[in-house]
Design a protein around this ligand. Structure first.
Ligand SMILES: O=P(O)(O)OC[C@H]1O[C@H](O[C@H]2O[C@H](CO)[C@@H](O)[C@H](O)[C@H]2O)[C@H](O)[C@@H](O)[C@@H]1O
Ligand SMILES: O=c1ccn([C@@H]2O[C@H](COP(=O)(O)OP(=O)(O)O)[C@@H](O)[C@H]2O)c(=O)[nH]1
Length: 490
């Protein structure tokens, strides 16, 4: 039983799922079969029955939410508090008592709906920051199923994450799982430091922790992609019409590509700025390169996203105005989603892949770019050292995206890199992508989650002497949602 907020129920429209969680999980689940439960993506003011759709080996069960629920739980607490805090952006964090209360209320609602589907031996795998307290609610309802949680985004260091409203309730919610997985070692370190700092759990060694008589395992499970399939799609994409049009329009110029949801964590404005800086400092590059930035809009209902959308558009326009010519547009900036097949072909056409988030859980685009390259003439990945992917793809040209000049230099270095060095770097990265595909990720997590011993009670607590005590999430959550009258909008 897989649970995530975003459930890409297959539809006839075939619009691409622009978001790594949906892309990766779909690949893993279609192979293994299972149930996928979450939000339908639709608004409904009345409680409608669960909608179940069967496709291939997967049954998708989705529920609508009311506008208020979406505003408070998704656009509010999840995307205006948890997301910025986890991406180290306290400056963009909006704290609202109503949103906090809404987040817990909607989690309880999802728990009640999920309860109607659960069988005693179901193994439940819950995904991402939208659903941190879900296990706590399910445990309180008496469910003792194996429950795993995987966080797709970073976990910030103690000093940053403890600024989150309801921080302790959120943290203790994570101790209700049997396995808590993160993308990188750094996230695991940050998280376990929080447990220690709050004295919320006891370190049993070997990644095992104990809280309230329950033992849980904490580890890094870096997410992968369908490496071979992506490679195959890239090879076949030369007949794709969008790819052909793009290639024809390039003439003899080099292509630099960026692909990201329009999100402030992706560092898109800073990336265009670095490209402009490169054109300023290396005039010989003018008219020789084109930067294509594919950027589907994301979470536009969140004010911080809307503001950033204007800034990115302005930076792209400014760069084209300053450096462009009648026959050359330096930055091609588009706001629509592109299908995975077309993306594979575009990656393969690009001499440089720019993946420069200011902070990112993993970043699947980095992996897709590498997988799409021709082994005989591969392009170069310029990768932020703040992307989770940098832990595995350390043969990329690693950059600090805040350092505009250094990133500009890295672009030139990538464009001028010898074939020999490009091949060497690419081979090392491909070896990592082949040894850790999305299937490995799924199998590794499931293996730990279904392992009997990972949940055994600590010594002295067997024989029912110290049965797990369920802290009451409902009681804790009830503290939220009492805004002071007249103090603030919301
Ligand atoms: O569902 P949305 O609000 O439209 O956002 C899309 C997804 O964004 C985030 O993706 C993360 O997961 C990727 C796969 O593990 C990872 O590579 C990336 O670094 C993350 O940002 C979010 O975590 C998902 O829940 C969203 O569905
Ligand atoms: O126009 C687009 C843009 C992105 N994607 C896909 O969306 C995912 C983005 O995942 P990533 O981990 O890079 O970032 P996220 O958006 O999840 O934060 C990747 O699989 C992309 O191929 C897509 O299919 N079409």
């Amino acid at each position: 039983m897989v649970v995530s907020n975003r459930v890409p129920v297959p539809s006839d429209s075939g619009s691409p799922a622009a978001g790594g969680l949906a892309v990766a999980l779909n690949a893993a689940l279609q192979q293994r079969g299972g149930f996928w439960f979450g939000w339908s993506g639709n608004v409904s003011e009345e409680e409608t029955p669960l909608q179940v759709h069967d496709f291939g080996r997967v049954s998708y069960a989705v529920t609508d939410l009311s506008q208020r629920d979406i505003d408070e739980y998704y656009a509010g607490f999840a995307n205006r508090a948890l997301w910025p805090v986890c991406h180290y952006r306290l400056d963009l964090t909006e704290i609202s008592a109503n949103d906090t209360a809404g987040y817990f209320r909607v989690n309880e609602f999802f728990a009640r709906r999920l309860a109607t589907l659960l069988k005693p031996d179901d193994v439940i795998w819950i995904h991402d920051y939208h659903f941190i307290p879900l296990a706590a609610y399910l445990r309180q309802m008496g469910f003792e199923n194996r429950m795993g949680f995987f966080l797709h985004i970073p976990w910030a260091p103690y000093d940053v994450s403890s600024a989150l409203p309801a921080y302790q309730t959120v943290l203790s919610g994570l101790t209700r799982y049997d396995v808590v997985g993160f993308q990188t070692r750094r996230d695991v370190e940050n998280f376990t430091r929080c447990l220690e700092q709050e004295k919320m759990a006891r370190d049993l060694g070997d990644g095992r922790w104990e809280a309230d008589g329950r033992v849980f395992k904490v580890d890094a499970f870096p997410i992968g992609i369908e490496t071979d399939l992506f490679r195959q799609e890239a090879r076949e994409a030369k007949s794709n019409s969008l790819v052909r049009r793009m290639r024809a329009s390039m003439e003899d110029k080099h292509l630099i590509i960026g692909v990201d949801r329009l999100d402030y964590s992706k560092g898109i404005r800073q990336r265009i700025e670095a490209f402009a800086c490169m054109l300023e400092r290396f005039p010989n590059m003018r008219n020789k390169v084109t930067f294509l930035q594919i950027t589907p809009k994301s979470r536009s209902e969140v004010p911080e996203y809307l503001k950033m959308q204007h800034e990115v558009a302005e930076q792209a326009g400014w760069t084209n105005g300053k450096f462009g010519d009648v026959d050359w547009t330096p930055v091609r900036y588009i706001n629509k989603a592109v299908s995975r097949t077309s993306l594979a072909g575009l990656y393969r056409s690009a001499r440089v892949g720019m993946v420069t988030p200011l902070r990112d859980g993993m970043n699947l685009v980095a992996k897709e770019y590498v997988a799409s390259q021709r082994g005989t003439d591969p392009g170069v990945l310029v990768l932020s050292r703040f992307a989770g992917a940098a832990e595995e793809l350390d043969s990329a040209l690693l950059v600090n995206p805040y350092d505009t000049e250094a990133t500009a230099n890295a672009i030139v270095r990538a464009l001028e890199m010898s074939l020999e060095e490009r091949k060497e770097r690419w081979k090392a990265m491909m070896a990592r992508l082949r040894s850790n595909t999305v299937d490995h990720w799924c199998a590794n997590f499931m293996a730990v989650l279904t392992q009997e011993q990972s949940c055994a009670l600590p010594k002295g607590a067997e024989n029912g002497h110290a049965a797990p005590v369920e802290p009451t999430i409902a009681r804790e959550a009830a503290h939220f949602g009492q805004p002071m009258a007249g103090y603030r909008r919301n």
